[in-house]
Ligand binder design. Structure first.
Ligand SMILES: Cc1ncc(COP(=O)(O)O)c(C=O)c1O
Length: 484
């Protein structure tokens, strides 16, 4: 057996380049964090307590609030996951009701389960062929709030994993007209305020709670995140109560130290480093626009399918129409070029970039993608196929996605269940989730009726080598359903 630390160290010496999280890209040089054992302490005198911050942690959180322009900022050491759990719990009552985007991360579903909430969904626009979700419609939000006065909070994800930004300002105004808080999962947008070329953060657009993972797109250690809140519509005591429940009672000083390093770096060097990053990003985006077979998701998506803006730091490369799947492209990038992507979907791969990416890293990715594109073009020519521009066609996501909700998520999970054959489960009520991870957005949620359409989608993904997660049986031969 090889010990994990040995394997990690070995990997860190290899020439594999990360186009995935964490955003420090293994490049950050932090003098004070060079030896983690030296700074790993507990809540001793002079070092404050995250759960009742009155000293250095209070000051550091205030510095974060100032940098982001928030009323109050909380450090999270259990990722955005802890922030989502706490925000949803604080903004709803037990057995209450939430309106949330179907495209939310599984943490939002887990919050609904823990608080036994009933859930109404907002379905983002969808290009079903490409598997690309668009934005959330303000009109749908208004309609749902008008129809259901029991809704206590609204939760959306913006940007999406793919960098799609919803019309947050309009949605916030609607929520406030109906007297409910808007929670925005901005896990992928912690870098937004630091360069004008990125979309505006939800924090400046009226959201009541905004949760951001520092570790995803900024130079901070994995699990570090922040929750920003305003208290006009959110009860501060309740929020802090739930943060105390969902966060570890031993918050790591190594992680919090890395947040401090990140915040100082942004304050002192952010402007200059983001300007350099922006240049590299623009160079690769311009170059990849020339691809003939592969297609880079670009600005043309804005203004359609409720897409308000696009986070240009995410490089979403479609392979649709080339005869090669997303996992196929990723496999070549990994094996031949030693480039590891953040995510592979049926029709695309996603490279997560950050300000810590090197010029050399960008150049390796650019060359590799241009070579794969050339190979695909040659293949298509010999087969007499045509290369053409890919067009994104959004339609109403409700039609493509809606599974019938029979009971709440917690009822679906807590009622007696039984294991049945996957392919014979049509019509039964699921007691399990089914999602691809990443991005962790469920196709099926406990309490929903299993449809033929879902089973066909699952089979289709399996054939392409994409296995659904969330079910006890990872081979997708069995599924747990509520006993009849
Ligand atoms: C949209 C979104 N929200 C929340 C999370 C959870 O974030 P964390 O890993 O920081 O807990 C993720 C993780 O991938 C995510 O993609």
């Amino acid at each position: 057996m090889q010990y994990l630390d040995e394997k990690l160290y070995e990997y860190s010496r290899s020439d594999f380049y990360p186009f995935h999280m964490p955003g420090h890209k293994r490049q950050m040089k932090a003098e004070n964090l060079r030896d983690p054992y030296q700074i790993d302490i507990t809540e001793i005198t002079g070092f404050d307590n995250l759960h009742h911050a009155e000293g250095i942690l209070k000051e550091n959180q205030e510095a974060a609030a100032e940098l982001y322009g928030a009323e109050k900022t909380y450090f999270l050491v259990n990722g955005s996951t802890a922030g989502i759990l706490a925000a949803v719990s604080a903004c709803t009552g037990r057995r209450g009701k939430i309106l949330m985007a179907r495209s939310c991360h599984k943490a939002a579903y887990h919050a609904a389960y823990l608080r036994e909430l009933s859930v109404r969904y907002l379905y983002p626009a969808l290009d079903e062929r490409l598997g690309l979700a668009g934005g959330i419609s303000p009109e749908d939000t208004e309609e749902a709030l008008k129809k259901d006065p029991d809704i206590q909070a609204v939760l959306i994800t913006s940007p999406s994993y793919d960098g799609i930004v919803s019309p947050v300002e309009k949605i916030a105004r609607i929520c406030h007209r109906y007297g409910v808080p808007l929670i925005v999962d901005e896990a992928h947008g912690a870098h937004f305020p630091f360069h004008d070329s990125f979309p505006e953060s939800s924090l400046r657009l009226g959201a009541d709670v905004v949760i951001q993972s520092l570790h995803k797109t900024l130079p901070s250690l994995t699990q570090t995140a922040v929750l920003h809140a305003g208290f006009k519509r959110v009860n501060r005591d309740k929020l802090e109560h739930f943060l105390g429940i969902y966060q570890s009672s031993s918050p790591s000083y190594v992680l919090m130290g890395s947040m401090a390093v990140c915040l100082r770096y942004l304050k002192e060097q952010g402007r200059e480093q983001f300007a350099r990053y922006q240049e590299n990003l623009q160079t690769i985006r311009n170059s990849l626009k020339q691809m003939h077979c592969l297609h880079l998701l670009g600005e043309d998506v804005v203004g359609r399918g409720n897409v308000y803006d696009l986070d240009r730091s995410k490089l979403v490369i479609f392979s649709a129409g080339t005869g090669m799947s997303g996992p196929g492209v990723h496999d070549i990038l990994r094996r031949k070029y030693h480039l590891e992507m953040e995510m592979e979907a049926e029709q695309y791969v996603l490279a997560l970039t950050s300000l810590m990416d090197t010029k050399e890293g960008f150049s390796r990715l650019e060359k590799a993608l241009l070579c794969v594109d050339e190979m695909l073009e040659k293949q298509q020519k010999t087969q007499g196929g045509k290369t053409g521009r890919l067009s994104i066609e959004f339609s109403d996501g409700r039609e493509a996605a809606a599974e019938e909700q029979v009971c709440t998520i917690s009822e679906g999970m807590e009622l007696p269940g039984e294991e049945i054959a996957f392919e014979e489960s049509e019509g039964r009520i699921s007691a399990e989730y089914a999602y691809l991870y990443p991005p962790g957005i469920p196709f099926l949620v406990p309490g929903e009726r299993i449809s033929r359409k879902f089973l066909e989608k699952a089979e289709n993904l399996k054939v392409k080598g994409l296995m659904l997660q969330g079910m006890k049986d990872h081979r997708m031969e069995k599924i747990i359903a509520v006993k009849e």
